[in-house]
Design a protein around this ligand. Structure first.
Ligand code: AMP
Ligand code: MG
Length: 339
């Protein structure tokens, strides 16, 4: 081949690659929202506009539900605690309604009125601290989901006691993930992975028709290190774990998922609880609930729910799995307990 011909052929292939890559889908996009890194991966028809629509929707949800955003619906509800009912957007009403549903189902282990406890410990801020028992005793009477009054017709929310505060951090990401999945399905994008800080939705199936392989975070290792994988199709996989947010004081670790019963980080031997379900909002609420309830009670609850399953990781590095989970262990420091 002459030198010129070689370069012409080379140039042809370079141009071909550039043109095909231009017309190809954008593989994935990450943005910081809902206090976490959100990564959307659209296979096949991943147009920039679809990514924009999804992230706009996620931000819209954050702007309505974050208690840290002044003037958000959640912030207005909290500021009106004990004073008056607040009219909220349908999104917010739906999430609070569902949160109360899971509060009842979990016997109060999941409680969207944990706001005062979250502020007291201030985990995730620059200055978290272990509060005194007196401080904890003062806020505990304010943690009571039964003191939230919803009005279906007027779409209003009222926290009956002054000082009460909602915190939707244990359910809002799940709702946002479901909404992202709805946009993807509406756009007829056949497969996608939504990952809102570990709140994962697997849309469709892989091109070769095999199952999605979703990694389960090793609670004791760096982010992205997995103890194993779970294989799913059209499911959501959501984990609540000690590693998500914590601080150390006097040689002890304190994490961010509180027992509404004693006001301390839930301590029942668990490092994480993963729920596999059809809707991410349900899995998000259930994983937090399961973490607080502990294995025995959580297992009974999960197994009573159609389409739901769980993976529980314990401090002794054992793993318990409910029925219907296709789990493959990949880290031999951990072991699957059989009962
Ligand atoms: P998740 O990572 O989904 O389990 O949510 C944990 C977050 O939910 C925490 O950072 C708090 O903002 C909030 N939270 C903590 N404890 C509870 C609880 N018992 N019920 C509901 N929300 C909680
Ligand atoms: Mg949750």
């Amino acid at each position: 081949m002459s030198r010129n011909l070689f370069f012409s052929v080379f140039l042809f292939f370079v141009l071909l690659c550039v043109t095909t890559s231009c017309s190809q889908a954008i593989a994935s996009q990450s943005e910081f929202a809902l206090a976490t890194v959100c990564t959307i991966t659209l296979y096949d028809k991943g147009k920039p506009q679809v990514y924009r629509d999804i992230f706009n929707r996620i931000r819209e949800i954050e702007n309505r539900m974050s208690v840290h955003i002044q003037g958000s619906d959640a912030d207005r509800i909290n500021k009106s605690a004990g004073i008056e009912a607040v009219k909220v957007h349908d999104d917010v009403f739906e999430v609070i309604e569902r949160a109360l549903y899971y509060a009842e189902m979990s016997g109060g282990a999941f409680d969207p009125t944990v706001g005062p406890l979250v502020s007291l410990w201030d985990i995730g801020s620059e200055q978290p601290r272990v509060p005194s028992q007196t401080e904890i005793d003062q806020v505990l009477p304010l943690i009571d989901w039964q003191q939230v009054e919803l009005n279906q017709e007027s779409k209003t929310v009222f926290l009956k006691k002054p000082g009460m505060a909602l915190d939707l951090g244990a359910i809002a990401k799940g709702y946002a993930a479901d909404e992202a999945a709805a946009i993807i399905r509406q756009e007829r994008i056949p497969r996608a992975i939504i990952d809102l800080g570990g709140n994962i939705v697997a849309v469709g199936e892989k091109p070769d028709k095999t199952l999605w392989r979703i990694g389960i975070q090793n609670p004791l290792d760096i982010r992205g290190a997995h103890i194993g994988i779970v294989q799913v199709r059209e499911k959501t996989v959501v984990t609540s774990g000690v590693y998500e947010r914590f601080f150390e004081a006097d040689g002890k670790q304190y994490h961010h998922i509180f027992s509404p019963f004693d006001g301390y980080p839930a301590a029942n031997g668990l490092l994480s609880a993963t729920i596999i379900a059809d809707a991410s909002m349900d899995a998000d609420a259930l994983s937090t609930a399961a973490f607080v309830m502990g294995y025995e009670k959580a297992r009974l609850l999960i197994e009573s729910l159609e389409g739901a399953a769980g993976i529980f990781v314990f401090e002794d590095l054992s793993i318990c799995i409910t029925r219907d989970v296709d789990f493959i262990l990949s880290d031999d420091d951990f072991w699957v307990a059989v009962d």
